[in-house]
Design a protein around this ligand. Sequence first.
Ligand code: ASP
Length: 394
Amino acid sequence: MKKILSIENLTLIAIILSVPFGIYFKELSINISLIGTIFLNLLKLVIVPLILSSVLVSILGLNSLTRIKEVGIKTLIYYMSTTTIAVITGLLIVNFFGFESNAEFSGKEFSLDKEISLKDFILSLIPSNPVESLAEGKVIQIIIFSILIGMALLKIAEDKRSVIFKFFDGLNDGLIVLTRWIIYLTPLGVFSIVSSLVAEKGIDPILGLWKYALAVFTGLLVHAVINLGLIAYLVGRFNPLDYFLRIREAVIVAFSTASSSATLPVSMEVAEEKGGVKKKTAGFVLPLGATINMDGTALYEAVAVLFIASIYGIELGLYQQIIVALTATLASIGAAGIPGAGLVTMVMVLNAVGLPLEGIGVILAVDRFLDMLRTSVNVWGDLVGTKVVDRFVK
Ligand code: ASP
């Protein structure tokens, strides 16, 4: 009985029930959205200190610059390769589905507050004031700061370093316990988030854009099950289904929050406690993954851009599809782990192939739903990556 009523299963039941609840009890669903917000805030509360302490503790735990370089390079190679595979899968699926042009959609209004350039993106990675990065929750900057200071600490006297290590290691353990408490609230939090979402947006838009939504869904499914499954099996030498069942709580939280960052505390907890990943691997690979490794987002952006092109009656040739693949990979790295981030960085991809940015307006209606799906794949990709890299960390 205890097994059936586990938090993982209760959360899944909560998601299933939340959809009809959101449809039939609109007002009530919107009224209880407060619970979801409290749940999200509690998760966010953990993120900043968790990233700082876990990256630092992992770097200090690896204990030599050569090993950090080794793990770092392996992680980056892994992340880049899987994201590229995801994008290619997306492109293949679209070519298979064949979107037809649909004039009725074009011309919908969409305006951007701010355009992002590659230069701004690169500059945004470098922290100038670590306290500001922490206060504003700039995740990539916190990671870069932690890596740099961690590597520098390896150069100072052992006795001084061990004080810092103990401090952050203790803090990290405490945060994991806190996360475990927050996880008890997941069924309620998730129920509230999804039901209020359904109440606000309804499920009609999905019907109108079903072919596009189906293409994204199929691509994500193929990548999550086949591509990542094979990588897990062949490179990581572990059973992907068994691993998925152990860590599923993180994927469910990713689905309902549509945020890799908010899911990070849960991913770290399940990877270490249930997935059998070493703490120093998870502590380094997961925070990095939550910010730069977004297989689902990259795949979605590629499909969305091809869909937008088709609406305007433009067919993208092989050369342009390669540009889409490259920029979608970059855009996914640049996307923050928050809801809707992928939609914004998609501007980079549209610009690269000269498509009208207004096209984004067309897909807006189904975006939150697809965001939930792609974020699940993003987080699953991070968790598979951690387990794979863990195999190579001695
Ligand atoms: N919501 C996604 C994430 O947090 C990013 C995106 O919008 O694609 O992983």
